[in-house]
Design a protein around this ligand. Structure first.
Ligand code: FMN
Length: 329
């Protein structure tokens, strides 16, 4: 597991295959996470619909939800055939739906269960197994529970840990509030890296720019951006240079447009709708002249029944891409 890694976070309803195809056109190297997929759904549900992705998406990490080692191991065994680059266990998401199955962030209270899950997943997996967690939940004391949690993940053989640097409050806060209200504690996450110099640890939560990301990478092995990467996807066009040291190059916007039109044509031919792809593109070009028109075309014209790939061309044509951003995003 080689540092540095820049990851786009797992986000339910957002980081589906169409979002990831789009993000991949903006960065060749960023690690892209799926939405969380529940182990039971893979075992009993429509596997193709849950697991299919486009080969262009690599490197892509599948995030699983679950707390039963046997089920997680079976889900991993099934998912092996799809060729994901990494399997990740969700120990950070506080949504009600997730709590009902006792998984997600509430597992911060059951580190021995998480360790058993990781061991079982490692045995079943042909690729690295990683964990995404919080620094604690509810009245837990992060200073004491997080070091213990990290130690157990290392002992269990996890290949990496992604830490969302804030607590989750399982009672009283909505999932959205749980991404905003509990304060961020980056220094605590930095100390986990000091404690385990040989173990890959990535940091997540509230990072909004590549400058901030680079600063975290002076200490951490990886940075993971969620909302900023999604809402301001233009940011991803700087990742290959700023994080992976590739030569500085202007984004190939014509290439992005053409590839999205191809993805759209294929998806529509298979019975899908244009909006499944374009809904993820609305936040592109923040700060560019014409961004407003771009947004309007994608949120109105692209949603009409029968809308075709030419709408994508029209949206791009509304933007002065050559001038680049003319005001702060
Ligand atoms: N975290 C998960 O581990 N699994 C999920 O499926 C998941 N779904 C999310 C859906 C949305 C719409 C958002 C905004 C966040 C979600 N998260 C999920 C949390 C993000 O992965 C990330 O930890 C959080 O947004 C903090 O990072 P950020 O400040 O860069 O956005």
């Amino acid at each position: 597991f080689k540092a540095p890694v820049f990851a786009v976070a797992p986000m339910i309803d957002w980081t589906d295959t169409f979002c990831r195809r789009f993000h991949r056109l903006l960065s060749r190297h960023a690690l892209l996470f799926t939405e969380m997929v529940v182990a039971d759904a893979i075992i009993h549900g429509k596997r193709d619909k849950l697991l299919d992705f486009d080969t262009s998406e690599h490197p892509v990490a599948l995030q699983l939800g679950g707390s039963d080692p046997a089920k997680l191991s079976e889900a991993v065994r099934i998912a092996n055939d799809w060729g994901y680059d990494e399997i990740n266990l969700n120990v950070g998401c506080p949504s009600d739906r997730v709590q009902a199955g006792t998984f997600g962030a509430c597992l911060m209270r059951e580190p021995e269960t998480v360790a058993a899950c990781v061991k079982a997943m490692k045995q079943a997996s042909s690729v690295p197994v990683t964990v995404k967690c919080r620094i604690g939940v509810d009245d837990q004391e992060p200073e004491s529970v997080l070091p213990d949690f990290v130690d157990r993940m290392v002992d269990a053989g996890a290949d990496a840990l992604w830490i969302h640097a804030r607590k989750a409050w399982l009672q009283g806060l909505s999932p959205k509030e749980n991404r905003e209200i509990p304060p961020l504690d980056y220094p605590l996450v930095y100390r986990m890296k000091e404690r385990h110099p040989q173990f890959f640890i990535g940091i997540n939560g509230g990072i909004t720019s590549l400058e901030e990301a680079s600063r975290h990478l002076e200490i951490m092995d990886g940075v993971m951006l969620g909302r900023a990467a999604y809402n301001n996807a233009t940011l991803l066009t700087g990742v290959d240079h700023a994080i992976y040291g590739e030569p500085l190059a202007a984004p190939d916007w014509d290439g992005v447009r053409d590839a999205m039109m191809e993805h759209a044509a294929r998806h529509i031919a298979e019975g899908g709708r244009l909006v499944h792809l374009t809904r993820h593109m609305v936040g592109l070009f923040q700060g560019f002249a014409g961004a407003r028109r771009f947004r309007q075309i994608l949120s109105a014209d692209a949603t009409r029944p029968g809308a075709g790939p030419e709408i994508v061309a029209a949206a791009f044509a509304a933007v002065d891409v050559a001038a680049g951003p003319v005001r702060a995003a």
